[in-house]
Design a binder for this molecule. Structure first.
Ligand code: MN
Length: 713
């Protein structure tokens, strides 16, 4: 079992000034809370955090990471709370342990590449500190190393998750040795027979291979000596999983995979890298298409090397990697190679370029304003613009930050979106406006009777949801317009004594629709309803096809048209944006030209015009209220009602009537009552031209002696 001294010793070896006390404190605390717990191996539980911390020192991680490694299972497996850790070990350490715990609680199971990629992104997104992932990877390595104590099904599940999620994450972090180690362990558990076969094959030829490696190194060393280049030359066999991948890709047996050897030449300068490449290519024949220059074009994680494959001395392929010591450090240590700049050397100048890889790695959308800001805080939002959540079946879905259950519902299916009334997040009901958070398990609640609301457009984030909601509203409006248009046409035809049913029977309306290049009869009605085409135009098209006596034809049609025309001109009101809309004035409030009015789109009865303060407006559906404007009109007769209260005096009615006549108003009806307290209450229904005229009449009546009150009735 690893001891605390091994860890602190290791830590001091690469970080002499490290404050070891934090690690010691973490050790004491971890030992205390894990006390009595035993691993499946029979060892005390503490052995696991110790191993994890030790792996972290092998990755040359900082003090905080190592302390977090010792504490990484305390929240999940003991009574410890994040607040305890924060109090005892500080915010950074507590945050890392908390992050590792959250990732550990997630269950991944998939064979689909896109899903696996989403899960990797989700892990990155959930880790507000990159060290969370490094600790999690160290944890996973030790779990894989001790996987043998688990039952077979569990072995398979964990190995599968590791190969799908964690090994690629290690690669993305640039920690290649960890990636290879995880992959080989996975191969051992997932394909035990193949693993053994490859291993046996390699063991059998081990001596030959080692001799071969020595020979190649000698040849290269001799060539480099001639040119005075100082270099370290290493030869190794590729890791088992790498050989397995090659076998699978090329459908080979293990003994057919030749390029299982890889050599590495490490030099002092970039210039020497290319010189060495020249020497290698001059010595052995390069395999076309296998040269890769990651020196001038580094990988996203800042990996740099020259890669080439040549036909070696015994006619077999071998891969050669050439790089500087600096590049080698990055390749070996990945993130940790950069980490060292953080610790103990705050004053040292940090090359912004060194963090470029991190930004690319994290697909950072908004570039950091100040790299020092990053250095100061270490904490960061790895995917500031995305949020990853689970479906109830464990699928991961990616959304823009701020997305809501409605976005989620539409991402599943537009039917579900249209019918969603609420959502359960992690088992709890939330409103539709709730903003999704990383790792949420989202379940949508639907109702057949429900439908989308215009308000949703205020909070949905995805364009898919927006489009679907708009489509739904448009469909609704279309249905309304179809009914309206049909009604308008029917009415006009009825006035011309044409029965629409007969026209339908002979497909004439459909023919007109086709004539006008509409997709269907419905489409035609909708366009009438929207006001894009007038009833008159449609009837005009029908004209030659209407089956009526020859001599009567022009008369009827022209009468019909003129009636429609007259009707339109007499209304004196226009629905904004729509022509030829069927309009009528509301009986409840009798609006007059010049008055502030609104239109209300009724079902199948066109637009009704109300006064803006009509008492019924409160009950209107807001999406059916349309803007209307008054137009100059030759029409003079608008109906208005007037209520006049007077003292009960003979002759007053005559005075009022005289005023009305004087002001050119036509009295249609008058109703006079006398009350017990000798007041006269008169109701007049009159025809006026406009609101102004009515105001004048009301003003004049008010001036008559004995008139107590005048108002619109
Ligand atoms: Mn663990």
């Amino acid at each position: 079992m690893i001891r605390l001294n091994d860890i602190t010793g290791e830590l001091r070896s690469y970080h002499p000034k490290a404050d070891i006390s934090l690690v010691e404190k973490a050790y004491v605390y971890s030992a205390k809370v894990h006390q009595g717990q035993i691993r499946l191996s029979g060892e005390p539980y503490l052995s696991h955090p110790l191993e994890v911390a030790h792996i972290l020192t092998q990755m040359k991680m900082d003090v905080v990471s190592v302390a977090a490694g010792l504490l990484h299972d305390t929240i999940e497996d003991t009574a410890a709370e994040p607040s305890d850790l924060e109090r005892l070990f500080g915010k950074e350490t507590a945050n890392i342990v908390d992050g590792v715990t959250k990732i550990s609680k997630m269950r991944f199971s998939t064979r689909e590449e896109q899903q696996a990629e989403n899960m990797r992104k989700m892990i990155l997104a959930m880790a507000t500190d990159i060290r969370v992932i490094v600790v999690k990877l160290a944890d996973r390595l030790h779990n894989m190393q001790t996987l043998g104590y688990h039952p077979p099904e569990k072995q398979e599940t964990i190995a599968r998750e590791t190969i799908d999620i964690y090994a690629p994450l290690a690669g993305r972090m640039g920690i290649y040795w960890l990636k290879s180690a995880l992959e080989d362990l996975c191969l051992y558990y997932l394909e035990p027979e193949i693993y053994e076969k490859i291993k046996a094959e390699l063991t059998e030829r081990r001596e030959v291979r080692e001799k071969f490696i020595r020979e190649v190194i000698e040849i290269v060393a001799a060539k480099l000596k001639e040119t005075n280049i100082k270099a370290a030359i290493k030869g190794r066999q590729k890791h088992l999983f790498g050989i397995y991948t090659k076998m699978k890709e090329q459908n080979l047996n293990p003994n057919q995979v030749y390029d299982i050897l890889a050599f590495r030449v490490i030099v002092d300068t970039v210039k020497e890298c290319y010189e060495v490449l020249g020497i290698i290519h001059a010595t052995w024949k390069p395999v076309p298409g296998r040269f890769k220059d990651y020196v001038s074009l580094p990988k996203a994680n800042m990996y740099q090397s020259l890669h080439t494959t040549v036909i070696g001395p015994l006619g077999q392929r071998m891969e050669v990697q050439i790089r500087t010591w600096e590049m080698d450090k990055v390749a070996e240590e990945g993130i940790a190679a950069h980490w060292k700049y953080k610790e103990g050397s705050a004053a040292s100048k940090i090359d912004e370029k060194q963090f470029l890889w991190l930004r690319q790695l994290l697909e950072w959308q908004k570039s950091l304003q100040d790299p020092k800001e990053f250095m100061d805080t270490v904490r960061m939002d790895l995917f500031p613009n995305e949020v990853y959540v689970f479906t109830p079946t464990g699928e991961v879905k990616e959304f823009p930050k701020g997305a809501t259950p409605v976005d989620f519902a539409y991402a599943i299916h537009s039917e579900i979106g249209d019918k969603c009334i609420g959502a359960r997040i992690n088992g709890r009901m939330v409103p539709l406006r709730y903003q999704l958070r990383n790792g949420d398990i989202v379940e949508i609640v639907t109702s057949v009777k429900h439908h989308p609301s215009k308000d949703w457009l205020d909070f949905v984030r995805t364009s898919r949801a927006k489009t679907k909601i708009r489509q739904w509203i448009m469909r609704q409006e279309r249905d309304l317009s179809v009914n309206l248009g049909k009604e308008m046409l029917e009415k006009s035809l009825a006035q011309a004594r044409i029965n629409i049913a007969n026209l339908n029977k002979s497909d004439q309306i459909a023919a007109v629709a086709e004539d006008l290049s509409y997709h269907s009869q419905e489409d035609l009605f909708a366009n009438i309803g929207y006001g894009r085409i007038s009833v008159k135009q449609v009837i005009g098209r029908l004209k030659p096809k209407v089956d009526i006596p020859e001599e009567a034809k022009p008369g009827i049609v022209s009468k019909m048209v003129s009636r429609i025309k007259r009707k339109k001109s007499t209304l004196g009101i226009k629905v904004k944006g729509l022509d030829d809309m069927l309009v009528r004035f509301a009986n409840c409030c009798h609006p007059l030209p010049g008055e502030h009015v609104v239109g209300y789109l009724t079902r199948g009865r066109g637009v009704t015009i109300h006064k803006h303060d009509c008492r019924y407006i409160a009950d209107f559906e807001p999406e059916r209220v349309v803007e209307v404007i008054w137009e100059p009109s030759d029409h003079t007769a608008y109906v208005a009602t007037v209520k006049v209260v007077t003292t009960d005096k003979r002759g007053i009615l005559a005075d009022i009537s005289a005023i009305m006549a004087q002001k050119d108003a036509n009295i249609l009806q008058a109703d006079v009552q006398t009350t017990l307290d000798h007041k006269g209450i008169s109701h007049f229904t009159i025809e006026v031209e406009n609101y102004k005229q009515l105001q004048e009449i009301l003003g004049a009546i008010k001036k008559i002696k004995h008139v107590l009150l005048v108002e619109r009735g």
